[in-house]
Write a protein that binds this ligand. Structure first.
Ligand SMILES: Nc1ncnc2c1ncn2[C@@H]1O[C@H](COP(=O)(O)OP(=O)(O)OP(=O)(O)O)[C@@H](O)[C@H]1O
Length: 247
C-alpha cells in the first residue's frame, strides 16, 4: 500500500512536539489534548474554522499562554515553562497576524531592532541587507513603515522574524488581507524560505492557499485534532469538507 507523505516523513527528526497539550479558559476547552509533531524541514499548516484553537496553540508554542495540561518540546528540550524570549533565543520565531512593526521608523530601522539581539554590530548591516535582498524589498529600506502597504508591512515583519536567526518560523495567517498578487508573492516567499531549509508552521483558513504551499496539514475543530495528512488527503477528506461547509 502506498505510504502517505506523513508516514514517509516519520523517519525525519521532529523539531517541535506537542504532547497531550490542552488549554482551558475557565470552563471552555479551547484546545483539548493535542499531539502534534512537526518534522525538521516541514512546511506544515494548522487549518480549521474560527474558534478551532489554532491561535491558542501558537500562543502556547511561543509561551504567551501556559498550557493547562501536556508538554511542548523544541529540539527534544522541554520548553513548556520557558519564557517567550528564551524560546526565541532557542530558535523559535513568529510573525503574528497583525503586523507588529514600528510605524514611525523606516523599514531598515525596524529590521535593526530585531537583528541587534542576534548579530554583532559589524555584521548587522550586511545581514539586514541580505534579508532585504532575500525578501526582494531592498527598495523599501528607507521608507517610513506607516507609508508601506499592508502586504509590504507583512513581508517586513517576516524579515524581522528571520533576523532572529530562527530554526523554525511560525506564521499566523500570512496572506490575510492580501490581494491576489501579494498572496502569490507571499506563497513564493514561504516556499523559498522552506527550500532553504527553514521549518515553517503556519495557520490559515484558505484551502486554496494551503494547497498551494503546504506539504502537510493538521485540521483542528473545536479544540480537537480532526484530521492530519498531506494537503491532498486533507482537501479530499469528506469530513473536513463538511466542517468547512458548516455541516
Ligand atoms: N484569552 C481567551 N480567553 C477566553 N477564551 C479564549 C481566549 N482566547 C481564545 N479563546 C477561545 O478559545 C477558542 C479557540 O480560540 P482561537 O483563537 O485559538 O481559535 P482560532 O482557531 O485561532 O480561531 P480564528 O481562526 O477565528 O482566529 C475560542 O472559543 C475562543 O473564543
Amino acid at each position: 500500500m502506498k505510504k502517505t507523505s506523513v508516514e514517509n516523513s516519520t523517519n525525519k527528526k521532529a523539531i517541535l512536539e506537542l504532547k497531550g497539550v490542552g488549554k482551558y479558559f475557565g470552563g471552555l476547552r479551547a484546545v483539548d489534548n493535542i499531539n502534534l509533531s512537526v518534522k525538521k524541514g516541514d512546511l506544515h499548516c494548522l487549518i480549521g474554522p474560527n474558534g478551532a484553537g489554532k491561535s491558542t496553540i501558537f500562543k502556547m508554542i511561543m509561551g504567551v499562554y501556559k498550557p493547562t495540561s501536556g508538554s511542548i518540546l523544541f529540539e527534544n528540550n522541554a520548553i513548556t515553562n520557558k519564557r517567550t524570549w528564551d524560546r526565541v533565543k532557542l530558535g523559535l520565531s513568529i510573525k503574528m497576524q497583525i503586523p507588529g512593526v514600528y510605524g514611525d521608523l523606516t523599514a531598515y530601522e525596524n529590521m535593526k531592532i530585531a537583528a541587534q539581539n542576534f548579530y554583532k554590530r559589524r555584521e548587522m548591516n550586511n545581514k539586514i541587507m541580505e534579508l532585504f535582498d532575500l525578501l526582494e524589498i531592498t527598495n523599501l529600506k528607507s521608507k517610513i513603515v506607516n507609508n508601506l502597504s499592508h502586504g509590504q508591512q507583512q513581508w517586513l515583519e517576516i524579515g524581522m522574524a528571520l533576523a532572529c536567526k530562527p530554526k523554525m518560523l511560525l506564521l499566523d495567517e500570512p496572506a490575510a488581507g492580501l490581494g491576489p498578487e501579494e498572496t502569490n508573492y507571499t506563497s513564493d516567499l514561504i516556499r523559498k524560505l522552506n527550500d532553504k531549509g527553514l521549518t515553517i508552521l503556519f495557520i490559515d483558513h484558505d484551502m486554496d492557499f494551503v494547497k498551494n504551499i503546504a506539504k502537510s496539514a493538521t485540521v483542528l475543530h473545536l479544540g480537537n485534532k480532526f484530521a492530519e495528512g498531506t494537503v491532498d488527503e486533507i482537501a479530499s477528506n469528506q469530513k473536513v469538507i463538511d466542517i468547512y461547509l458548516g455541516k
